[in-house]
Write a protein that binds this ligand. Structure first.
Ligand code: BG6
Length: 515
């Protein structure tokens, strides 16, 4: 029989960012340019984009902040950022020089209208000199209390739209402190920018492995048919960190794990796992489906908060063999603080696909290791044929694990017969590792997101209704916690959280995974 030629389709993961077209020349104005995020993430990400060529010639950066730097001094800071935090090292001198020639600095207070006039003049000058054609992105990387001031001033200076090119604004997290403040922030930004100009960032969406959740589900024929309440027993989503609050006491005291991780990153992971297939892989179609998941979350309010959530704080202990302080001894933390560094919760999605399937979410700092994963445990077969023949056989349920970080990959646990004349069954894993299947380095989340913002693709950014729906869910828990009736447990640093969290899941007949 004649063999059919096999034509390999292009592989989006192997191609990585090369699949993306180049954006038009533009200027990125970074408010809060001397801050930590700019230093650790934004400048190194932009440099890596320049290195891998999706950045157009003429691309420019304007750092806008209060410290008195010259262009030269800011460029030196930027080089320091790239030297320390770039994914690709050592720095390529030629690429750096061309990238650095487009870096500028503007010193101003955020509330000073005159600073925005100087900004407008600088942007016009860059349009002339570097061919940026009026295309602008304003990146808000300041403390969130400054967002309204910056937005109003951009509007007052007429920088919110431009007859010549496009204008976009990227808003960093935290987006609001609760439902009311998130709504208010949306209202204030919405007065100055149209929704399609607003890019609310959640860096988890820029992670390759997070994007792969959709590919795994929707580009393969065999998983989607079992991705529902008929086959799935329960789901565990874990975001464990071994680090503590890393000197961010002031921020963390106001935030806690539920605002820092659950409201955004973890609910985003949940939406991607649980959403219906969108009608197209396009920003609004995808986000429509994600919003529906958030809207279908069964509210956790009143007494349910007591039974469906656990909050806890780390005490002293050992992480990675090193002694570490308890949360209450951290700098900037009140000795009587009740801010949680660990949260576990059980939630349900009230829709046809997921009704009755528990989703367990947990996140914490100073846990034994850094690992983010989504584990989908399937129901057992209807009849245990092998049980009676050998009582030693352990027929464990199938578990599909999507490992977001580190050791990125996917693994499926299933039972296999141990070789021999008797019938023993043992669980084995079928593993896929990104590192061994794709030799290419993965781009950093910020690289992907910054590039998408330049291309005008907001699929991986959160929409107004999405952010508000996530806050609406979290608000019920926050209100009950504030009432003081829900205990705050402690756990020893370097352990997997409080005993109460183990008991919480045992009650349902499950155990937390030990990833
Ligand atoms: C940030 C939180 O948004 O995400 C941090 O503010 C947290 O507290 C971090 O450590 C985790 O991100 P990643 O990419 O390291 O998992």
């Amino acid at each position: 029989m004649p063999q059919r030629a096999v034509v390999e389709a292009p592989n989006p993961f192997r191609e990585g960012l090369r699949m993306k077209q180049s954006p038009e020349p533009c200027v990125m104005v970074i408010f809060g340019a001397t801050g930590d995020l700019t230093h650790r993430k934004l400048l190194p990400a932009l440099y890596n984009l320049a290195l891998e060529h999706p950045l157009p010639a003429g691309f420019s950066v304007v750092g806008f902040a209060r410290r008195p730097y010259s262009d030269e001094e800011f460029r030196k800071q930027a080089l320091d950022s790239v030297n320390q935090f770039s994914r690709q090292k050592p720095v390529n001198q030629q690429v750096w020089e061309s990238f650095a020639s487009g870096i500028h600095y503007l010193q101003s207070n955020f509330h000073d209208p005159e600073g925005y006039e100087r900004l407008a003049a600088l942007l016009n000058k860059l349009d002339q000199e570097r061919g940026t054609s009026g295309n602008r992105i304003f990146y808000l990387s300041t403390p969130p209390s400054q967002y309204p001031t910056i937005i109003q001033n951009l509007g007052a200076a007429g920088l919110n739209r431009n007859r010549k090119g496009w204008t976009r604004v990227i808003v960093e997290k935290p987006f609001g402190h609760d439902l009311a403040s998130a709504r208010e922030l949306n209202r204030q930004i919405g007065k100055v920018f149209k929704e399609e100009q607003i890019y609310r960032i959640d860096h988890y969406l820029g992670k390759e492995t997070v994007q792969n959740i959709q590919v795994f589900r929707l580009a393969n024929g065999i998983f989607e048919p079992v991705w529902n309440r008929r086959y799935v027993d329960h789901v565990q989503i874990t975001a464990a960190e071994n680090i503590g609050i890393e000197g961010r006491g002031g921020y963390y005291e106001e935030s806690g794990a539920i605002r820092d991780m659950i409201q955004n990153h973890m609910l985003q992971l949940l939406t991607l796992v649980a959403m219906e297939p969108p009608i197209a892989f396009e920003a609004n179609a995808v986000r429509n489906e994600k919003v529906k998941v958030l809207q279908a979350l069964q509210p956790i309010v009143g007494q349910d908060v007591l039974t469906n959530t656990i909050r806890a704080q780390y005490g002293p202990g050992y992480v990675g063999g090193q002694p570490v302080k308890g949360y209450l001894e951290e700098t900037g933390v009140s000795p009587t603080s009740t801010t949680e560094t660990y949260v576990a919760l059980k939630l349900f999605i009230d829709n046809w696909r997921w009704a009755g399937v528990p989703f367990y979410l947990r996140t914490g700092k100073h846990l034994p290791k850094r690992v983010t994963e989504i584990a989908i445990q399937f129901k057992q077969p209807p009849l245990m044929l092998f049980k009676r023949q050998d009582s030693q056989s352990q027929v464990e349920p199938n578990v599909l694990t999507l490992r977001i970080q580190p050791d990125e990959g996917i693994s499926l646990k299933f039972g296999a017969k141990v070789p021999g004349t008797d019938m023993q069954i043992r669980s084995v894993n079928m593993d896929f590792f990104y590192g061994s299947s794709f030799v290419r380095q993965q781009p950093e989340a910020y690289e992907r997101l910054l590039l998408d913002s330049m291309l005008g693709d907001s699929t991986l950014f959160t929409r107004r209704d999405e952010v508000e729906a996530a806050w609406a869910f979290v608000q019920g828990i926050l209100d009950e916690w504030a009432s003081g009736d829900v205990p705050i447990h402690t756990y020893e640093s370097g352990t997997w959280g409080p005993q109460a969290a183990d008991e919480f899941i045992w009650r349902d007949g499950f155990r937390w995974r030990r990833p």
